[in-house]
Design a protein around this ligand. Structure first.
Ligand SMILES: CC(C)(COP(=O)(O)OP(=O)(O)OC[C@H]1O[C@@H](n2cnc3c(N)ncnc32)[C@H](O)[C@@H]1OP(=O)(O)O)[C@@H](O)C(=O)NCCC(=O)NCCS
Length: 182
């Protein structure tokens, strides 16, 4: 899947959306850590960033996770520039860009691809636990906040937001069922 989008300078900027391939794990692990420590660090303390990124230091763990989650990646200039995980129930899990490519539309292209994939899977509703840093990005892509959320990672508390985005007409107020995960 090819896409073209202008960067902040207005010059052409190309990337390719593709499925994760074995061998991508090292880039994905590096992006996970650097996105937290170079981008999310604007909104979270060093202690919070260490706790958050500490979950992703084991290469074997990333290989196993990637085989299981099969994320979509956006490849730019021959390297993985960002990745996004979609679970079959519409849950968007990891969403991280290489800081070198931040603000260039890399993740917007991935979000469009994930929405298309979700639609193809018959998913009605996307949902995610969204960091403070990613809140404007998800809002821009049609997500709304359901509630603020407090997570505890190895004794360190972090605030994020439970958000959702309907891919079809949402149910009327009062008609939501327990089947909808919050
Ligand atoms: C949130 C995150 C994934 C966004 O990735 P990104 O690739 O920078 O996102 P995009 O470039 O597609 O869009 C982000 C911004 O760039 C703008 N943008 C999008 N396409 C653009 C383009 N072609 N040219 C210029 N700007 C563009 C968007 O309008 C948006 O602007 P905003 O700051 O006013 O909201 C990234 O910041 C990140 O990894 N953050 C740290 C980790 C994190 O918190 N992850 C989420 C966990 S829930």
């Amino acid at each position: 899947m090819e896409f073209m989008t202008p960067d902040r300078a207005g010059s052409p900027f190309a990337g390719t959306i593709r499925r994760y391939q074995p061998g991508d794990e090292a880039a994905i692990a590096r992006i996970y850590r650097s996105a937290i420590h170079e981008l999310a660090c604007a909104d979270y303390t060093r202690e919070q960033c260490e706790a958050w990124s500490g979950r992703g230091t084991n290469p074997d763990g990333w290989r196993e996770r990637c085989e299981r989650k099969r994320p979509l990646v956006n490849e730019v200039e021959g390297r993985v520039a960002g990745f996004m995980e979609l679970d079959p129930d519409g849950h968007i899990d990891c969403t991280f860009v290489d800081p070198v490519y931040a603000g260039k539309g890399v993740m917007s292209a991935l979000m469009e691809a994930v929405k298309a994939e979700a639609g193809g899977l018959g998913v009605d509703r996307l949902h995610a636990e969204v960091s403070i840093t990613a809140l404007p990005f998800f809002k821009r892509h049609g997500f709304t906040v359901l509630r603020e959320n407090l997570v505890n990672i190895r004794g360190v508390e972090l605030t994020n937001f439970i958000m959702e985005c309907w891919l079809r007409e949402p149910p009327a107020a009062g008609q939501r069922t327990d089947a909808i995960a919050l």
